[in-house]
Ligand binder design. Sequence first.
Ligand code: COA
Ligand code: AMP
Length: 635
Amino acid sequence: MSTGLTWATAHRQSIEHPAAFWGEAAEAIDWTKRWSRVLDDSRPPFYRWFPGAELNTCHNCVDRHVEAGRGGQPAIIYDSPVTQTIRHISYSELRDQVALFAGVLAAQGVAKGDRVIIYMPMIPETLVAMLACARLGAVHSVVFGGFASRELTSRIDDAKPKVVVSASCGVEVTKILPYKPLLDEAIELSQAKPACCIILQREMEPARMIAGRDIDWQVAMQTAKPHDCVPVQATDPLYILYTSGTTGQPKGVVRDNGGHAVALRWTMANLYGVQPGEVFWSASDVGWVVGHSYIVYAPLLTGCTTIVYEGKPVGTPDAGAFWRVIEQHKVSVLFTAPTAFRAIKRDDPEAKLLHKYDLSSLRALFLAGERSDPPTLEWAEHHLKVPVIDHWWQTETGWGIAGNCLGLEHLPVKHGSPTKPVPGWDVRVMDEGGHEAKAGEIGSLVCRLPLPPGSLPTLWQAEDRYFKSYLEQFPGYYLTADAGYIDEDGYVFVMARTDDIINVAGHRLSTGGMEEVLARHPDVAECAVIGVHDEVKGQVPLGFLVLKAGSSKPHEEIASEAVKLVRDRIGPVASFKTATVVHRLPKTRSGKVLRGTMQKIADSKPYKMPATIDDPMILDEIKAALQKIGYAREA
Ligand code: COA
Ligand code: AMP
């Protein structure tokens, strides 16, 4: 499957002749019907890949490997230090379980095009549920377990699922987190109640079932009839994955079947340099795009063994957890977020635990989800002694926009840069006027259309929002909402988001969404949330509250109520732990809150007094408030 091309040749071919390039890559996928053309470019700026073609993603992930003789190979290794479990699931077993669970869903009326919400922890059954949806041509929408019930409600209301699949609980290190009460509450609050919920009962905390609505996973599997793969159009949706937008209303990123399969299969060989039969470990969560693409679909499309790890990099039991997994399961390539390595480095700075394990199977470490800070990257390089590759991507793109394509050639690494655009991605930098910036000049990072296969064709039932969010500002280009530059050697540098999204432990969160929640507090007149530097998580949110005139509650009490409100409404994943009361917020004369300046003050970075500031004195008040809670330290 590896093309044998250099990066430069592959990239040039992909940009100059995208149809020929991706048409060739598509030969690695099993189709039940070939495409009428590779790229439909008849309706710019909306493009579709492989129109007219038909396939089934589950067949390509599971059945075809059994038919090709891989039935005995582990498809999934479930490694759960939090439940002391290690379980190998072969491709044959996976096929049987997925076919049966597809039968369970079909018995509840789920068919091609129907939506199914999956709200589950890091267990193999989550993958079984996703693949069973794909088998039926149904559209799954996985919701990360760390979200609160209201976030789940907004996804239920938008996706209108026929069925919700969930588990009784998750396990976070030593805490048992009941999922079912959150699900019940979410459904109670929702306008689009699903007819049925299928619940996997976990023995550490079985859930109370609601008669007439809830079905026990195990019981249903006992009587289910296996269901065959249903061919779907390449352009039909495989899944919706909600991600943070600039408001509390998340964006439903749609992924299609055909382009997705082609692109992900191509990346395994050419970006990650991984071959069928190898063990690939993405230490993320299935609730995020990294989990969708590189825990589930890409490794299985390739016939690899994927690891489902229900644990943390530290604390389960210690900072040697990753090394133990690599040694025990002979992992070839590890993919995780830099935050995981910062956590390991914090607990074991000398990497003493690492040297206790045999890591000879490991060929490369890939990092993404946030900027790889050079000290963390160097620490990993020094101790692992394998290439450490930063690569840049987004929920929307589904796979890497820029990276070092080890399957093509290992380009020299520049710390702080995710290297060069991956074939398929024509990355440019624009100034505010829509002119291309010179090498080294910072501007908006954009990608020339058409985007390659596997990237988002639209937002779920919101084509207008899709157009406005991504395509309107620079006609002919996709707006990444990241700022950065490309240097004279063509290396991409990603510096910061241009919107109000922050990155907390590799998780994407909207400060605007948190502000909407804080504004609901009865004593809060105005508020602002910014992302401040954190040693391990990269950033954490921090809230500023301006109280209504006449509010008489102690400030500490209001601040802790505000923290609880965000946890209850958005979820623990927000890591919103600090709020502080201030008299007023710094604003421009037109009333825009100066969040960027507040962030620089909090992080003790130099800042320029904004020319349009209404009252410069307010910045001193903000600094004093920040110093009281341990930020804005003098250099
Ligand atoms: N279900 C329920 N709750 C969850 C959850 C889940 N699936 N995942 C996280 N949470 C909770 C955590 O328990 C924590 O709750 P707390 O405030 O009660 O302690 C909160 O959400 C924040 O979680 P997180 O940001 O992950 O912080 P952490 O301290 O538990 O762990 C890291 C920090 C760095 C170790 C962890 O984020 C990590 O391993 N990250 C690297 C891998 C990764 O997630 N990558 C994502 C994109 S590639
Ligand atoms: P998500 O959609 O959750 O994957 O988050 C996408 C955002 O994370 C991007 O828009 C970037 O801001 C950031 N990001 C992801 N990977 C990188 C990287 N390698 N370098 C810098 N920022 C990154």
